[in-house]
Write a protein that binds this ligand. Structure first.
Ligand SMILES: [Zn+2]
Length: 430
């Protein structure tokens, strides 16, 4: 394959086992890597990994736009005072990078996006008619993880978070949190992710949590209502809350069965107090706003790590770095094959050519076994502008006009479908 970054061609990738380690597979597939000179917990994304991440980010932005979110950008730095107000400085400083001195000020790499979004909300007056106001950002944040626990994409120091904050009235909070859970369900279906369990994360012992018993109780009761009304089975676990409030965590399991949190939904009364966030009600008086924090996919790093392990590199077609590989049987069909790759590109599909110089057809099919669609072109197909499609799962479809194949693959990809082909039209016997 003409890709310098996938050092191990897929042909060399060992036969599939049931357990996939994303660190090993991610390097073999040329998705990401790291360098001691950049540092531990600071992986970089190679071209195929960048395609995967970019596609995931565009998908999530589209889902959010359709659900009424407005996207913003905010800086990854902020003054120390900002985090003193948010409470991070007193409750979360162990996980933060040390501040940088800059002309008499202290500047901090942000440990979360929440304070920035609170300030964005506060920058304008808001009427109750504008609520719920949903502000989303795929933004960077930083965590000072110890180097001993770092590795791959699951424990990193630089994090790209799929974050959003919904500013709403108390009456709207439960519906907004439920809608966020519904978006999580939708995204998991498109990505082929199964939650291991839903967890209601409550505070535990110790001084890590802000002291406001009434606030904890109110937020916990609302989240319980969210889970009950959504009909989801869940477990309550003490000691897993954020420092400022309880949360619903959607847990996923890695290849070794270890659980981690991918998605979260929180109802927060603390930050609106700290930042004095309000709206003007129908009575023309100021009312305290409620903040719903939610992340559909968590960090891009952890989401991609999970997807690599879940699918063993065989990603849903819409997400695959290479969606279609074109396989001319002999050199005679090379021009038609190259033309098909060009037409795929024009149609927005990611296609590559795998010509006879790379080996027998069987060897090339095996090398491309993680690619969702393999388009074989022999003399007959080349003469008739047709394509005989093989699917990654082993199904073979009869030759069809190339334009029809591209249109149907394009439609499945655009719809973020998990299936490789329309089920009513498989021609297995052909
Ligand atoms: Zn937040």
């Amino acid at each position: 394959m003409p890709r310098g970054f996938a050092v191990w061609s897929l042909a060399h990738h060992r036969e599939e086992t049931t357990v996939h380690d994303h660190r090993k597979l991610g390097r073999e597939l040329g998705l990401f890597d790291s360098d001691p000179l950049i540092g531990a917990g600071l992986p970089y994304w190679l071209p195929d990994g960048a395609v995967l991440r970019h596609t995931l980010e565009e998908y999530i932005r589209g889902v959010e736009r359709q659900a009424g979110y407005r996207h913003v950008y905010s800086p990854v730095l902020g003054k120390r005072e900002l985090y003193e107000i948010s409470g991070h400085w007193s409750h979360y400083s162990e996980d933060m990078f040390p501040p940088m001195d800059l002309g008499g000020e202290q500047v901090v790499l942000r440990p979360s996006l929440c304070p920035h979004h609170a300030l964005i909300y506060r920058s304008r007056a808001h009427s109750y008619r504008e609520l719920p106001l949903r502000i989303a950002e795929l933004g960077g944040m930083y965590r000072a993880e110890l180097s001993g626990v770092l590795g791959g994409l699951t424990r990193v120091r630089a994090i790209q978070l799929n974050d959003a904050h919904i500013f709403c009235t108390l009456d709207q909070a439960v519906d907004e949190a439920r809608a966020a859970l519904e978006l999580i369900r939708l995204a998991y279906r498109a990505l082929g992710i199964r939650p291991a369990r839903y967890r209601l994360s409550l505070p535990g012992e110790g001084g890590k949590y802000v002291a406001a018993p009434e606030m904890w109780q109110r937020a916990g009761a609302l989240l319980t209502e969210v889970l009950d009304r959504s009909g989801l089975a869940y477990e309550s676990v003490a000691g897993e809350a954020a420092f400022y409030g309880p949360k619903i965590d959607v847990q996923v399991a890695d290849s070794a069965g270890r659980e981690s949190t991918l998605s979260t939904v929180q109802i927060d009364f603390h930050q609106p107090e700290r930042f004095d966030l309000h709206y003007i009600g129908p009575d023309s008086a100021r009312h305290r706003v409620v903040m719903v924090h939610r992340s559909i996919l968590g960090s891009m790093e952890r989401a991609v790590a999970h997807l690599i392990e879940q699918h063993g590199g065989a990603f849903p077609a819409w997400l695959a770095p290479t969606q279609l590989v074109v396989l001319p049987i002999s050199e005679a069909e090379l021009p038609q094959a190259a033309e098909l790759v060009r037409r795929c590109g024009a149609a927005g599909l990611r296609a590559e050519l795998s010509g006879p110089e790379l080996g027998s057809l069987g060897a090339r099919v095996r090398a491309a076994r993680l690619v969702p669609y393999q388009a074989v072109i022999g003399a007959r197909e080349a003469a008739a502008d047709q394509v005989a499609l093989r699917l990654r799962d082993g199904r073979r479809l009869p030759a069809r006009p190339a334009a029809e194949v591209l249109a149907r693959v394009g439609a499945l990809v655009d719809a973020h479908r998990a299936e490789l082909w329309d089920t009513d039209d498989t021609d297995d016997a052909a």
